[in-house]
Design a protein around this ligand. Structure first.
Ligand SMILES: Cc1cc2nc3c(=O)[nH]c(=O)nc-3n(C[C@H](O)[C@H](O)[C@H](O)COP(=O)(O)O)c2cc1C
Length: 454
C-alpha cells in the first residue's frame, strides 16, 4: 500500500474487545428461532448464493435516486444487486395511490429480467399493512427489505426507520410476519447504536426474527447532515462476527479501493454504496489497464494516474467522463416505458455533473432554470448535457500531455481530487471543518445545489 493510502483514515470510532460482542441479552436467547414457515424458501447463504448470485457490489436504497433508470445505469457499470427507494408500505398498499408508487411493475420493466436481482424496500410500523404491501411486490423482486435506518424528522414523527430502533418487539413482529407469510425472504437495513454491544444484540434480534440478510450502516441515527462523519467499520465487523446470515457493509465508500478496504476491515459479504454510487456509478469497476483508450469507460488522462503521489490506480478505479454517464442515464429515462420523476432526473444531473457545476455559477443557473421550468420532456436537459460534454472534451484535450500530478490533487481531507470532467465522489467536509468554514451564499454548496445534495 502506498503511504498516501495509509494516511486515509480508517473509519473507526469504537475499539472494544471483540469477545464482549458475543454477549447478547439473555431475553433474546430465550426466543426460539423462527421456523422456515409454511412456504418453504431459501434463506441466508443459500438465498444469497443461489438466488442473488453472491453479489459483492450493491446499490443502496435511495429515495428519488435508486429508481429504475439509475439501477440500469449502475448495473451497466458493475453493480450486482440493487434496492428500490424506500416506500411507505401503507401508501403502496392503498389502491387509490397506485399512480404515485415509486415501484411500478405494471409497465413491464421494474422487477423484470433486466432489473434483477432486486430487493424492494418498505418502511412500516404495522405488520399487517407491511405484509399487504409486500404481497403486491412479491412476484417482482427477490426479497423485501425493512427500513430501520431512516433518520429524518418525519421518521421520528411517524415512528419508522431508525426511530423503530427502540421498539424491538414491534420490529420482531414486522420481520417475523414477512418471514412466515411471504414466499420470498425478508431482509433488514439498520443503523448502529452508539454502543457496540447493543448493536450486536440488535443484529441478533433481527436475525432471530427471520431477516435473511442484514445490511449494517455503520453510522448512528444522529449522524446526519453536517454531523454525518465517518461510519464505524468496527461495529459492522462485530455484527458480521455475531450473526450467521450474510451481512452487507455500508458507509464511507468513496473510491473503488474503499470497497476492498471495507470488506477486509469487516469481513462482510458485500459492500453497499449510496453516495459513492450517485456521484460515480462506475465506482464498482476497477480502473482499466493504463494502455486502454476505450472511451467511454474512463477518460484518458485519469487512466494513467497510477503513480500520482504514490496512489495505486486500484484505489481510484474507473472514473468515466460524467457527461457521458449523464447522457447514458437520460437515454434510459427516454427509452423506457416506466416514467422517471423530474425530481430524480435533476437530482442525478446535479450530483453527476457536480465537478463541473461547482466551478461555474453560469452552468449552475442554466441547470437551475431547467429545474424551475419543469419541461414535459427531458430534451432540454439532454441538450444542456451534450453542450457540457463538448466543453468537457475540449478541457480534457487541452490537458493532454500534462503530467498526471498536475491533474490530480490531494484535497484538504487527504483524498484525491480528480479533473473536473470525470465522475468522482463528493467529499463533504468533516464536521469540525463545517464549523470552521460555515456555508456562505458564495459557497458552491448552497442555494441551487444545496437542494440536491444530501
Ligand atoms: C439520496 C439518498 C437517499 C437515501 N434513501 C434511502 C432509502 O430510501 N432507504 C434507506 O434505507 N437508506 C437511504 N439512504 C441511506 C443510504 O442507503 C445509505 O445507508 C447511506 O447513505 C450511507 O451509505 P453511503 O456512505 O454509501 O452514502 C439514502 C441516502 C441518500 C444519499
Amino acid at each position: 500500500m502506498s503511504s498516501l493510502l495509509d494516511k486515509i483514515p480508517l473509519p473507526s470510532v469504537s475499539r472494544r474487545a471483540v469477545q464482549a460482542l458475543s454477549e447478547t441479552t439473555p431475553l433474546l436467547n430465550a426466543i426460539p428461532p423462527v421456523l422456515a414457515g409454511p412456504r418453504r424458501k431459501l434463506g441466508g447463504y443459500d438465498f444469497y448464493r443461489q438466488v442473488l448470485g453472491s453479489p459483492r457490489y450493491v446499490v443502496a436504497p435511495m429515495v428519488d435516486h435508486s429508481e429504475l433508470a439509475w439501477r440500469k445505469l449502475s448495473r451497466r457499470y458493475g453493480a450486482q444487486l440493487a434496492y428500490t427507494p424506500m416506500m411507505s408500505a401503507e401508501m403502496y398498499a392503498d389502491p387509490k395511490k397506485a399512480g404515485q408508487r415509486y415501484f411500478q411493475p405494471i409497465f413491464g420493466e421494474e422487477g423484470g429480467p433486466e432489473d434483477r436481482p432486486l430487493i424492494v424496500q418498505f418502511w412500516a410500523n404495522n405488520p399487517k399493512r407491511l405484509l399487504r404491501a409486500a404481497r403486491l411486490v412479491e412476484p417482482y423482486c427477490d426479497a423485501v427489505d425493512l427500513n430501520l435506518g431512516c433518520p429524518v424528522a418525519t421518521a421520528r414523527e411517524g415512528l419508522y426507520g431508525s426511530y423503530l430502533q427502540d421498539e424491538w418487539d414491534l420490529i420482531f413482529e414486522l420481520i417475523d410476519t414477512l418471514h412466515l407469510n411471504l414466499s420470498i425472504p425478508v431482509t433488514a437495513k439498520f443503523r448502529v447504536f452508539p454502543s457496540v454491544e447493543k448493536t450486536v444484540a440488535y443484529a441478533k434480534m433481527l436475525e432471530r426474527a427471520g431477516a435473511q440478510i442484514l445490511t449494517c450502516h455503520g453510522r448512528t441515527r444522529n449522524q446526519i447532515g453536517e454531523n454525518t462523519g465517518l461510519a464505524d467499520w468496527d461495529k459492522i465487523r462485530a455484527v458480521k462476527e455475531a450473526v450467521s446470515v450474510p451481512v452487507f457493509a455500508n458507509g464511507n465508500v468513496l473510491f473503488h479501493g474503499d470497497i476492498e478496504r471495507l470488506l477486509a476491515a469487516t469481513g462482510a459479504d458485500a459492500v453497499m454504496s449510496a453516495e459513492g454510487n450517485l456521484y460515480n456509478p462506475a465506482l464498482f469497476l476497477p480502473a482499466p489497464p493504463t494502455t486502454s483508450n476505450e472511451a467511454p469507460l474512463i477518460s484518458s488522462p485519469t487512466s494513467s494516474i497510477s503513480s500520482v503521489s504514490g496512489l495505486p490506480s486500484s484505489y481510484l478505479g474507473a472514473h468515466p467522463r460524467h457527461t457521458v454517464l449523464a447522457l447514458e442515464y437520460l437515454e434510459f429515462v427516454k427509452t423506457q416505458r416506466t416514467p422517471t420523476s423530474h425530481t430524480s432526473v435533476v437530482g442525478h444531473l446535479f450530483k453527476l455533473l457536480l465537478p463541473a457545476l461547482a466551478r461555474d455559477a453560469g452552468l449552475r443557473s442554466q441547470l437551475g432554470d431547467l429545474v424551475l421550468r419543469r419541461t414535459a420532456t427531458y430534451e432540454p436537459h439532454e441538450k444542456f448535457v451534450r453542450e457540457l460534454d463538448e466543453r468537457m472534451q475540449r478541457d480534457e484535450k487541452a490537458a493532454e500531455g500534462q503530467r498526471p500530478e498536475a491533474l490530480v490533487t490531494i484535497g484538504p481531507t487527504g483524498l484525491p481530487v480528480l479533473p473536473h470532467w470525470v465522475a468522482q465522489p463528493y467529499i463533504r467536509p468533516p464536521p469540525i471543518d463545517a464549523k470552521l468554514f460555515p456555508k456562505t451564499p458564495q459557497s458552491p454548496h448552497v442555494t441551487g445545489l444545496q437542494r440536491w445534495l444530501p
